[in-house]
Design a protein around this ligand. Structure first.
Ligand code: ADP
Ligand code: MG
Ligand code: ZN
Length: 601
């Protein structure tokens, strides 16, 4: 809301109240005497009244000669039939008039006030929507800059990102003593780009740098720059740097830089001009400041590949720090950080939990700990136990249990055989992850049943036979249905998708097919989030090769399926016993059913 406008409105209200009050006061000023009705009647009888004006509730009039120094009087009317009796009884009597002052004021002021409040509310909303001071303030807006004097986060709160921390340590040293740092003429990088999948702790790291160095932390998110008015984003960038310069030494952190710094010309859906202007302003500011001022620019993105190359050239965001998903030790360290905040059973095996969570990011691990704590609270436990964590993990991976979903007996039986097929394949295939738990309790995400495996270690290289074994395990669900019922169901749809993906990758990406050879036919596209919506998958091989690929994929799937079936026929007794046990207990582990134990070799 415009400050001046607001001022004027209050003036108006004040003047109105003053005026009303003045009138009221005038009406009852001392020139006019308020007298009792009986007194009026006496004056009337004595012939002292010169004129009267009769109003509905009162009588005003003047005396022939001033009475008690007053020439005028006002009196309230009392109904006439009473007056005679009252006069006869020699009572002093008077009427009273409703005090209308307050209601008059209210009837005037209330609507005005309501309109005013409504109007203000409306403007607030508009202003909020645009994140600025109303329609009139375009370009002069106070950017939504978040300044934290002390982030309260240190490197101790960030676990498992040791390389990133080591690199950022340098920045901390610089921020602590900008003067001595340049002793040998070394130049601190102007901008540092943290890149990595979502939830790996980029934002956390940036705040930790500020916390470690004890400097102010200016942060703004790239997505906030997406404005509807051209020029607003650029003004915000200017504002941000202006404010930061005053607060140096400090950190400017631009989160989700990709929302702002998308390669110019990519994805031409509206707002292109606006984004380009904002980006250009950012580039200009980047060139215009000197790191020796004590400002360090940090940015984070999970899609570095779509950033405009101009952002990444030397002298701008010229250092890139990759924050990747943590490995097993990293995960254990992150779990320790988050478990420190809750009550934990000392017997909880953190390393085992880390082993169960390959590919989890810091944010997912934090969420897992929270889910476990919720579960422990709900069962009124004192501490978080391994059971809580396992349950929370299943919830995160497979969704909530849906006990209410009723399968008919035949469906349940199908699911039991299907899952036992997966589980037995996992137990008997060399190199497959050992089985952790098999269940036929339907879950909200995905399947009607599920087989949880427990990876023993993080894998960075996978051999061809291991990939093939994975396909066998994926197809073993359907194979089990086939073996027992002689018919297959739709329950395997998801397994088929994943098996097909593996087959295609073997052929097209890993160059593992004997005929198609080492040629890569399908590059990894996109970044951490997968394909960019705007780049069409392109094929740079011939129709003939395409046909060969299709044949090779089909053949790989066929082979895997037949291997799965052969394996299950071999273990038919275990399969039948396991399926029966599942139908009875719904959830079983290798301890309940020893054939699920890993058989190595
Ligand atoms: P990003 O910005 O990379 O998407 P965040 O920094 O916002 O991820 O991380 C979200 C949350 O996940 C953090 O607040 C923290 O609780 C947790 N987290 C992520 N990475 C780590 C880590 N390395 N150590 C400890 N906690 C982490
Ligand atoms: Mg973030
Ligand atoms: Zn399956």
């Amino acid at each position: 809301m415009d400050k001046r406008l607001q001022f004027n409105v209050w003036y108006f209200v004040a003047a109105f109240i003053a005026l009303t009050a003045f009138q009221y006061w005038m009406a009852s000023s001392s020139v006019t005497e308020r007298i009792a009705y009986s007194t009026f009647l006496q004056h009337l009888e004595a012939g002292e009244v010169a004129t009267v004006t009769v109003e509905p509730e009162q009588i005003r009039g003047s005396y022939r000669t001033p009475q008690n120094g007053n020439s005028y009087f006002v009196t309230n009317i009392v109904p006439e039939d009473l007056t005679d009796r009252l006069a006869a009884a020699n009572v002093e009597f008077d009427g009273t008039v409703q005090n209308t002052f307050l209601s008059t004021v209210l009837s005037w002021v209330m609507p005005l006030a309501l309109i005013f409040i409504f109007w203000m509310f409306l403007f607030r909303r508009i202003a909020e929507k645009q994140g600025m001071g109303g329609l009139m303030a375009v370009g002069k807006s106070k950017a939504k800059v978040w300044v934290e004097r002390d982030t309260g986060v240190t490197f101790a709160d960030v676990a498992g990102a040791d390389e990133a921390k080591a690199e950022l340590q340098e920045i901390v040293a610089f921020l602590k003593q900008p003067e001595t740092f340049g002793r040998l003429g070394a130049r601190i990088p102007k901008g540092i780009l943290l890149s990595g999948p979502p939830g790996t702790g980029k934002t956390l790291l940036a705040r930790a740098v500020a916390g470690e160095a004890g400097v102010a932390f200016f942060s703004i998110s790239g997505s906030e720059f997406v404005e509807m008015f051209v020029g607003v984003g650029a003004a915000r960038v200017r504002d941000l740097f202006e404010q930061a310069r005053k607060a140096a030494p400090c950190i400017i952190f631009i989160d989700e830089l990709d929302a702002l710094g998308k390669r110019r010309g990519i994805g031409g859906f509206g707002g292109v001009d606006e984004k380009e202007q904002t980006l250009n302003q950012l580039l200009a500011e980047l060139d215009g400041f000197d790191p020796r001022d004590g400002i360090v620019l940090l940015a984070a993105t999970n899609r570095p590949e779509i950033l405009d190359p101009a952002l990444m050239r030397a002298g701008r965001f010229d250092r890139q720090i990759v924050v990747d998903r943590p490995d097993k030790t990293g995960r254990a360290a992150i779990l320790r950080v988050h478990l420190k905040k809750v009550q934990v059973d000392p017997a909880l095996d953190i390393d085992a939990v880390a082993g169960l969570t390959p590919g989890f990011t810091g944010a997912e691990l934090a969420n897992l700990v929270n889910e476990a704590a919720i579960r422990a609270t709900r069962r009124k436990g004192e501490q978080i136990t391994m059971d809580d964590v396992t349950e929370a993990l299943e919830r995160v991976v497979a969704g909530m249990e849906r006990k209410g979903r009723l399968l008919n007996p035949h469906e349940r039986e199908t699911v039991a055989w299907h899952e036992m097929g997966h589980a037995l394949a996992a137990a008997n295939l060399p190199g497959a992850d050992p089985v952790h738990k098999v269940s036929i309790i339907p879950r909200t995400i995905g399947a009607l049943g599920y087989t949880l495996t427990r990876p023993t270690e993080d894998r960075f290289l996978i051999t061809r036979s291991e990939l093939e074994n994975r396909m066998v395990m994926l197809l073993a669900g359907r194979a089990a249905e086939d073996v027992h019922f002689g018919e297959v169901s739709t329950g395997a749809a998801d397994d088929l998708v994943r098996a097909t993906d593996i087959a295609r990758q073997i052929v097209m990406r890993f160059g593992m097919h004997p005929v198609l050879g080492q040629a890569v036919l399908d590059r990894e596209r996109g970044g951490h989030l997968g394909d960019d919506v705007f780049t069409m998958p392109q094929r740079d091989f011939s129709e003939a090769t395409a046909r060969e690929v299709d044949l090779a994929v089909r053949e790989a799937l066929d082979t895997a399926y037949h291997r799965a079936k052969a394996l299950l026929v071999d273990h038919h007794d275990d399969l039948a016993a396991g399926a029966a046990m599942l139908l009875e207990h719904e959830t079983i582990t290798p301890d309940d059913f020893p054939p699920l134990r890993k058989r190595d070799g």
